[in-house]
Design a protein around this ligand. Sequence first.
Ligand code: NAP
Ligand code: FE
Length: 371
Amino acid sequence: MPHADFYMPTRLFFGENALEKGKDLLVAAGRHAMLVTGKQSARKSGALDDVTALLKNADITYTVFDGITENPPLLTCFEAGRIAAREGVEFVIGIGGGSPLDAAKAIAAFATNPSLAPEDIFDDSKRTEPTLPIFAIPTTAGTGSEVNNYSILTLPSGVQKKTFKAADSWPRAAFVDPRYTATMSNETTLSTALDAFAHAMESYLSPRSTVFSENAALLAAREIFDVISALPAEYDAEMRARLALAATAGGMAISVTGTGFPHPLGYSLTLLDGIPHGRACAVFAGDYITYNEKSEIGRERIASFAAAIGTKPAVLKAFLPGVADVSLSMTEAEIERHVELIAGAKNYTNSPYIISKEEIFDIYRAHFLAN
Ligand code: NAP
Ligand code: FE
């Protein structure tokens, strides 16, 4: 009997008129909104103007919080939550890449739980009030945060991430308009596509996958591999639409399964070395395949995944780390620091083959140890 349970409380509106199609849900959510963005992309993409025009038209007031930096800091979300509480914000709209979208979820929780200390957000027993309604408008095609309840936050140390995930931190609606991704540079387009591909592959291999998550993962992987393996010099509107749909499908897939070990291994490269999230995951895609091929189930799963997207495991092993193009050189002590920061993540148990800490060291040494 297949595993086929599915929960997806987010209304998805996709395409050029996504906001228009779903605007009734937005304007019914309250009288004062907080728009959560990064520095520039919400404006540059045109998404912020579209949202503010819609809100003004409906006589809904809003506060713009544009202080979300990449890999959103827990403390920034905490501060923004206080502002939201003080200003009587009734719903939160995240506009941007995964960073503002993830931040919006945390802000929506802090806003209604004003007595929470920052790190209490991870403790379900301390969050007594439901979050504010959350809406998500992605301007990258990568994280899939618009269709899941994960919010990946950087801890105050600045060198570790932790996932906040509440039963009510799903966006009420996601408005995925691929045109908002047109202003992304080629580099961000590729990196975010690699993130979505990582979601697809890691979800497909997860022991928690179901027929629905598998098919979402394959849809994502096929589209992304088809677009990026051609190494386009420019991404046209059709490619961007395919990547946007794929990223959202990948977000649905991981909403069921979570991610595997390339994700935590990549977090150290992002926070300590500044490697963008998608490329940081893709560095370890070959290792992910190689280790999983050590188990019979892993070997079968990776073979069927590759076949379903029209390629071979060996091609993926070479292609993904190749396009990630990360060359770092570390001492043994630096490797130890990277590995200690990511030890103990839950993701390690989420694939057919479970890697040990010693194997994580081996992987890091093979990639980065200076000789
Ligand atoms: P991001 O960190 O949100 O943004 C990366 C950069 O791209 C920023 O400089 C941003 O500019 C810019 N940008 C975004 N959209 C743009 C556009 N349309 N045009 C031009 N520039 C644009 O990138 P991301 O890869 O989407 O998100 C990564 C974060 O999501 C990480 O913290 C990661 O851990 C998390 N994540 C979450 C999930 C999940 O399921 N929730 C899954 C994977 C990853 P601005 O600063 O001006 O906005
Ligand atoms: Fe990711």
